[in-house]
Design a protein around this ligand. Structure first.
Ligand SMILES: [Zn+2]
Ligand SMILES: [Zn+2]
Length: 351
């Protein structure tokens, strides 16, 4: 199989040939046709997350050691199945749920693979991912039929839409007039606007520092947009019932938390990096909630796929490029030149 691998953190991905694995037990070998490029791939590429105060979390400490294949938005065709893999056959087109846990611990048994702490097998995070012609999936239960949804868009459901959906589920119960801010209108934020709308919210404010992304936010259904570089931004956002932070920087956190009304909730899922310093008494006095959200569960992905099949999620801009342009896609994303999502096409790549 052919993979685009991190050989050295921060250096261009290298195209490598390795032997295609053979599925054993309940494993399924998926021939990848589409693979979304996510912002967190950039952190994995760099090799660390910024924790603020000069501290870093190094991805090698959770098993992401080069040579490593990133990619956690896998879509493809089942190529081979292990002897105990039930319910799928060669030729089935499937979206792969990438946030795979150990399968044995209490959280995995409760269907929360994404919270597994005792041996997670997240594809493209600590197991070989989808910047490859092939991915080995431990069990057919992680494969979802997305028939009727465009393949490139389907791949983006595995991380960007799922992350946005799971974050939306963590919002308090909102009234129709309540206002929700979406902080950051990149690939996640745009689909986030769409998902909030699908969940009945209409007063959505798209926030970003880039005009093209603010434009895209309006097209996705944001009622209003705010350029967060503007000195009036904090005032314009005052009184939010909730803020969903798809950036996760000290600036977006400060803005989102400060703009909440009493009882409001700030949900962070962006991993930009930095640290939060906030006086404690006002958290109690304002009765605000500060909540983290990390990707989503298998059941949540099934719900996202069901929404997409019904046409309830407006498609964020998706640009499909040949996998041969993987490095260029990463560079473009890093430089902020991508509106929506770039999805790599592996169909034209000879395995
Ligand atoms: Zn992602
Ligand atoms: Zn587990």
């Amino acid at each position: 199989m052919l993979s685009w691998q991190i050989m050295e953190h921060g250096r261009p991905l290298q195209k490598t040939f390795t032997e295609t694995p053979k599925p054993k037990g309940a494993e399924v070998l998926v021939r990848i046709t589409r693979s979304g490029v996510c912002h967190s791939d950039l952190h994995i590429w760099d090799g660390y997350f910024e924790l603020g105060g000069g501290k870093r979390f190094y991805v090698k400490d959770r098993g992401c050691v080069p040579p490593f294949t990133p990619g956690h938005e896998p879509f493809g065709v089942v190529e081979a199945v292990g002897p105990r893999a039930k319910g799928v056959k060669a030729g089935d087109r499937r979206l792969v749920y990438p946030w795979i846990g150990c399968g044995k611990c209490a959280v995995c048994k409760a269907g929360q693979d994404n919270y597994c702490v005792s041996g997670s097998r997240f594809l493209g995070v600590n197991r070989p991912g989808a910047y490859s012609t092939h991915v080995l999936v431990p069990d057919p239960k992680y494969l979802i039929d997305t028939r009727g949804v465009d393949d490139s868009f389907a791949s983006t459901l595995a991380c960007s839409a799922l992350t946005a959906y799971s974050a939306a589920l963590k919002l308090p119960k909102l009234a129709p007039k309540d206002t929700v801010a979406v902080l950051g209108c990149g690939g996640l934020g745009l689909i986030g606007i769409s998902i909030l709308r699908a969940r009945g919210m209409t007063n959505i404010i798209g926030c970003d520092i880039d005009d093209a992304k603010l434009d895209a936010a309006s097209k996705m259904g944001a009622k209003k947009t705010v350029d967060t570089r503007s000195p009036d931004a904090a005032r314009e956002l005052q009184g939010l019932a909730a803020a969903v932070d798809f950036v996760g920087s000290p600036a977006t956190a400060a803005l989102g938390i400060a703009a909440l009304r009493k009882g409001g909730r700030y949900v962070i899922c962006g991993l930009y990096g930095g640290e939060l310093s906030h006086p404690l008494p006002p958290i109690a006095q304002r009765a605000i909630g500060i909540v983290g959200s990390y990707v989503g569960s298998l059941q949540e992905l099934r719900e996202v796929v069901a929404l997409a099949k019904k046409g309830k999620i407006r498609k964020a801009p998706v640009e499909t490029r040949s996998a041969e342009r993987a490095n260029e896609a990463m560079e473009d994303l890093k430089a902020g030149r991508v509106v929506g999502r770039v999805v790599l096409n592996f169909e034209t790549v000879a395995a």
